[in-house]
Design a protein around this ligand. Sequence first.
Ligand SMILES: Cc1ncc(COP(=O)(O)O)c(C=O)c1O
Length: 425
Amino acid sequence: MKRRTFLKGAAAAGAATLLPSSLLGLAAAGCKPAPAEASAASWNFDEILDRSGTWSIKYRRAEGDKLAMWIADMDFKTDPVVSRALRERLEKDALGYTYGPEEFFEAIVGWEKRQHGFDVPREWVEYAPGVITSLCQIYLAFTAPGDKIIVQTPVYDPFFRYAEKLGRIPVENPLVWQDGRYEMDFAGLERLYDKRVKALVLCNPHNPVGIIWPKETLVKLARWCAEHEVLVISDEIHADLALYGKRHAPFCSIDETAAKIGIQLCSPTKAFNIPGITGTAYAVIPDPVKRQHFHDTLENAKLREASIPTLVATIAAYTHEPEWLEAVKRYIEGNISCVESFFAEHECGIRPIRPEASFLVWLDCRKLGLPQEELVSLFNDKAGVVINNGAGYGTGGEGFIRLNVGCPRSVVEEALRRIETAIHA
Ligand SMILES: Cc1ncc(COP(=O)(O)O)c(C=O)c1O
């Protein structure tokens, strides 16, 4: 049976639950956002989105009836507020050279304040040409060949892959599992430190383990990095997807020490499901010397020009009431519950670790006792569920799989059935 046909039949009807805007923390907002033009009827996360013919990377690896549950984008339609703004802009038929308007920066400042309680002065914000592109530019501008960069594995692999490609030395400080959750290993930082360590990449919230770092941990990290003159590059791309009422703490908002040594890289692409609009990001850099250096680096590489879709999408996403975003987060929580209850009911050697943010579930499969290659093949080939190999995220990822549940619930349910069947086959 063709995948699309099968899934259409399996999809349950029903619209997402909406939260009243009074519960969204908007009352505390400095600048009042425009009301969302979308209504509950405008989205239905149960709907199977046909991504054929859209050049989707995710589906390029999902041949036949395989389920694509790997790379981090969601199989939901983009927030209609964002799509509408893009359509309206295209209607003008004016796609000439464009500068970054003040509205772009105002939208970011307003969003940081309302969403994260962070009062960011406008001058701290710089346009950034994508999170990883910017990370690479920071590596080049703030460190020298042969310098060491700390990554806390298991972690988003481009952090260490690009450090290596650019002639820097990534040094792993693996997270530790303590009292039922992942923690940073401060003793490990002490052990690995030498004078060649110049930067640390913080994944905040953490991909793939899903942690929203507690403020106390960030304070401690900032102090350690300041004492050792280590730059902190905080990747906060998953920040707007904080789940279960948890609050994300932006690194540069923590205290003066963090503000002095930190560069925050943020983006609306994950939360609003627009990662195909590449180059959509911004940096928050409180320290004026670092900010100027970042600015000049991008200027010299001719990377400071945001595209029209980037500007329009960011302004639209950040200036409307986040009704769609709240609804999608509730839906993701439902999908995570579905994974949790399935593996609780069907004892098959897999233990999901609940993410505190985003739509990626870290599955502990160590009880299956399979070599990593066989584990990956069990999912990809036997079950037909295309996932990310935990070992790809560095030390600590062996025995784990990353499952993307940013998709209709019927797909999650089908994937779980297939995984269980493959294990018992
Ligand atoms: C932690 C993290 N950082 C960065 C990115 C990619 O960011 P960009 O597309 O802006 O380079 C991803 C995408 O999955 C991610 O998970």
